[in-house]
Design a protein around this ligand. Structure first.
Ligand SMILES: Nc1nc2c(c(=O)[nH]1)N[C@H]1C(S)=C(S)[C@@H](COP(=O)(O)OP(=O)(O)OC[C@H]3O[C@@H](n4cnc5c(=O)[nH]c(N)nc54)[C@H](O)[C@@H]3O)O[C@H]1N2
Ligand SMILES: Nc1nc2c(c(=O)[nH]1)N[C@H]1C(S)=C(S)[C@@H](COP(=O)(O)OP(=O)(O)OC[C@H]3O[C@@H](n4cnc5c(=O)[nH]c(N)nc54)[C@H](O)[C@@H]3O)O[C@H]1N2
Ligand code: SF4
Ligand SMILES: [Mo]
Length: 718
């Protein structure tokens, strides 16, 4: 049995836990432990453990569907692809290429993300492509690029965490969102290091902390500035580091000095003594880190907020020093690679910029097209969704379920319905696929080979372990079939390794350089960290890089210099500002949103797994006991949460773990309890990230629950 199992990685989050897949004698496969992968050492969360259930033909799509007389009916592949090509072609003919939209996902492999970006620009000729990663880590990416000249979520491996002195974890609930990673933080504390968690809720992660700061949602920017103020006031600045490795300190310092601790306490609700304690814990050890996740990032000021945390790290001499620095905990399975290879509105493969003439020449050379034929930057994800049915008339969507996951979701759903034509490729009939004119059933992680890049920047090989059911094809096959029908016969191979070989050339010499990485190496090593140029280094010439000695990859970035022109990190002066929507008489509370351990994202996959549904059966609204008492709500009572966008109904869950001025909802479910009916699409001016983490709401109690309905909102662990 051992010999038949295939080592691979989980289909879900960015930890990309190693797992083995073993075929069962009676059919189907089993997920088994794979202790040789150092990140999770065999440990899996409930989602990873049960991932094989979504391979079962009973829960997934196994034939293409087309809309006939209002209903989706089964059809053949030829007809489905013909229909899509014909409708995209006709729309382009009538309205021009920018009437065609493409929406991708951070769960797609590097090969798929690369091929999708190329398909949009070369086959469709449209600028209108973006993806769900815009809703994920885009603020951290923008701030990282601004400060360091490069965005790789973690500039060091997770294995460095246990050996640092202090970690400030800002708005990450990794005990639920990446459970096997908790081990690194437990080991940190066993080694005498300290953990500070910043979260308006006392989460399972916060329970592990030495110090928990619970700011009002949307005030992390003020919090970070207050800490920096104290660093300066207490003489804890690392003057030598600031002089030698950074620029812009004077302006950033002046901006922070305007944020007095007492003023910050008023904004955030975090008492001054706790601010002082945080500064002490962070500054005393020789090495320390700040890690951010979606809490501070998914705000209309997410980029400035992350810049403020980076400024704190720079002033105390952390980035580019051993066991120290700033990192972002990227979320989706290929959240890192998915943001590097061109499905982003402003981007070309290798993390190149679409508005950079040199980058255009290089990539156009690899693609065999005229650089001037490449469109310019397009709209960001929410702006693209908002333009559906007006400027953008037809959409191809691959790897996202925005009906559940986009902000102001009722409006987005209405925009999707107003399209002339919608094609969706998915593994299951998601809520978004239900609206499509054509649905294509595609293969999944265990059924196809491809690479992902984990939150550590580690490029990994997922291997095909089983054949997909008959009737199912890969996303690459879909793009191959559509390109041919739209008159581009070459350049869209269905074989993932062939795509990867081209991706290597397209990324050569770019910021995210994969040219030294091959499938063969990935099969032999436990992943390779980018940048990994082929040596001798390939230039921007676009020719096939010459074979040479293997570059070892780059687990740790910035040790000698930052990726800026002068090699120095840049402080960015930032000041606190209010959320786009603050509470008032009509909407007196703050809503924040997030995740539970047993469901993944829009739930399209995990809501089809019985064990996960039993653990987390539906949405709920967390209310502090004082707020519940004031409203007259008992645990389990149905409550309506109302914002300027709409209304959602779910059972109350009363818990002392949340601030009394804030309510929390997880966003994994469609329908009546859809959290995104409420959220505010106010965008960050730089990253275009919507404000998922704070908006103003009121809560209405809808009367006591029927006895059977009580406690249904209880989600346990999985
Ligand atoms: N079980 C599970 N795991 C997942 C996913 C999933 O859907 N389910 N998704 C994956 C993906 S794509 C991502 S992006 C990651 C996300 O991983 P996390 O960022 O850990 O997830 P969230 O629950 O969205 O947000 C984290 C915390 O932010 C807090 N928060 C809310 N508002 C604020 C605020 O204003 N400031 C601060 N400091 N904190 C705030 C919330 O209370 C929450 O506990 O998880 C990945 N892993
Ligand atoms: N309120 C609120 N909303 C949020 C967030 C929040 O914290 N609060 N977080 C945001 C974040 S961080 C994220 S990342 C988004 C995620 O939200 P979505 O983009 O909706 O993410 P998923 O649910 O993972 O959707 C992926 C879809 O692609 C399908 N799929 C999986 N693998 C493949 C594949 O290989 N090919 C194809 N074609 N399809 C595939 C799945 O079945 C599923 O339908 O949600 C965002 N929305
Ligand atoms: S933590 Fe993430 S990668 Fe690991 S098993 Fe769970 S979902 Fe999969
Ligand atoms: Mo995400």
């Amino acid at each position: 049995m051992e010999t038949t199992s295939t080592p691979t990685h989980c289909p879900y989050c960015a930890l990309q836990c190693g797992m083995n897949i073993t075929p069962l004698p009676q059919g189907g496969v089993e997920v088994t432990e794979r202790p040789d992968f150092p990140v999770n050492r065999g440990a899996l969360c409930g989602k990873g453990r049960t991932a094989a259930e979504v391979l079962s033909p009973g829960v997934r799509l196994t034939a293409p569907l087309v809309r006939e007389g209002g209903r989706l009916v089964e059809t053949g592949w030829g007809r489905a692809l013909d229909r899509i090509a014909e409708r995209l072609g006709a729309t382009r003919e009538r309205y021009g290429p920018d009437a065609l939209g493409v929406f991708g996902g951070g769960g797609l492999t590097n090969e798929k993300a690369y091929a999708l970006g190329k398909f949009a620009r070369v086959v469709l000729g449209t600028s209108q492509i973006d993806y769900n990663g815009r809703f994920c880590m885009s603020s951290a990416a923008a701030a990282g690029t601004r400060a360091f000249g490069l965005d790789r979520g973690l500039p060091f491996p997770l294995a460095d965490i246990p050996r640092t002195g202090c970690v400030i974890l800002v708005g990450s609930n990794l005990a639920e969102t990446m459970p096997p990673s908790l081990r690194f933080f437990t080991e940190l504390r066993e080694n005498g290091g300290t953990l500070i968690v910043v979260d308006p809720r006392r989460t399972r992660t916060a329970e592990q902390a030495d110090l928990h700061l619970a700011p009002r949602p949307g005030t992390d920017l003020a919090l970070a500035l207050g800490l920096l103020h104290l660093v300066v006031a207490e003489g804890r600045t690392d003057e030598e580091y600031v002089r030698e490795r950074t620029t812009g300190w004077e302006e950033a310092r002046a901006a922070a000095m305007a944020h007095w601790p007492e003023y910050v306490e008023r904004i955030t609700g975090v008492p001054v003594p706790l601010l002082r304690e945080a500064v002490r814990l962070f500054c005393e050890p020789e090495a320390a880190m700040v890690l951010t996740a979606r809490g501070p990032e998914q705000q209309s000021k997410g980029t400035d907020t992350v810049s403020a945390w980076i400024n704190l790290c720079l002033a105390t001499g952390r980035p580019g020093r051993p066991l120290s620095g700033y990192g972002c905990l990227t979320g989706q399975g290929n959240g890192q690679g998915g943001r590097e290879h061109g499905q982003k509105a402003d981007q070309l493969p290798g993390y190149r910029r679409l508005d950079d003439p040199r980058a255009r020449r290089h990539v156009a050379g690899v693609w065999g097209v005229d650089p001037d034929s490449l469109p310019g930057p397009g709209r960001s994800a929410y702006e693209l969704l908002d333009a559906l049915g007006s400027d953008v008339r037809a959409l191809l969507l691959m790897g996202s379920n925005p009906v559940v996951s986009a902000p102001r979701a009722a409006h987005v759903e209405e925009r999707l319905r107003s399209l002339d034509f919608l094609a969706v490729a998915d593994v299951v009939l998601s809520e978004t696929a239900e609206l499509a004119d054509v649905v294509l059933p595609v293969s999944q992680w265990a059924e196809e080979t491809g690479t992902t890049t984990s939150l550590e920047g580690r490029v990994l090989l997922r291997r095909r372990a089983v054949a997909p059911p008959p009737g199912v094809r890969s996303d690459l096959d879909v793009l191959h079939g559509l390109a041919g029908r739209l008159g581009v016969e070459k350049g869209f191979p269905a074989d993932p390794e062939e795509v990867f070989e081209e991706l290597r050339r397209a990324t050569a010499g770019g910021p995210a350089d994969y040219s030294g990485i091959t499938y063969r190496r990935l099969a032999e090593e436990n992943g390779v960290f980018w940048p990994c140029p082929e040596e001798p280094a390939a230039g921007e010439s676009g020719s096939t890089p010459a074979a040479g000695r293997a570059h070892p990859g780059t687990p740790r970035l910035f040790l000698d210099r930052f990726a800026t022109p002068d090699g120095r990190a840049r402080f960015v002066p930032v000041a606190h500002r209010a959320a786009a929507e603050e509470p008032d008489d009509e909407y007196p509370l703050l809503l924040t949103t997030g995740r539970v351990v047993a469901q993944y994202q829009s739930g399209a996959q995990t809501r089809r797994v019985a064990e996960l549904n039993a653990a987390a059966p539906g949405p709920f609204v967390e209310l502090h006991p004082r707020l519940a008492a004031r409203l007259g709500a008992a645990d389990g009572d149905p409550v309506a949460v109302v914002s300027r966008r709409g209304r959602a109904v779910a059972p109350a869950r009363i818990t002392g773990a949340i601030r009394p001025d804030t309510v929390f909802m997880p966003f994994h479910w469609p329908g009546e309890g859809r959290a995104n009916t409420l959220t505010n699409p106010a965008l960050d001016p730089t990253s275009r990230m919507p404000e998922f983490k704070t908006c103003a709401v009121r809560v209405e109690v809808l009367g006591p629950a029927r006895p059977s309905a009580r406690r249904t909102g209880r989600a346990g662990g999985a």
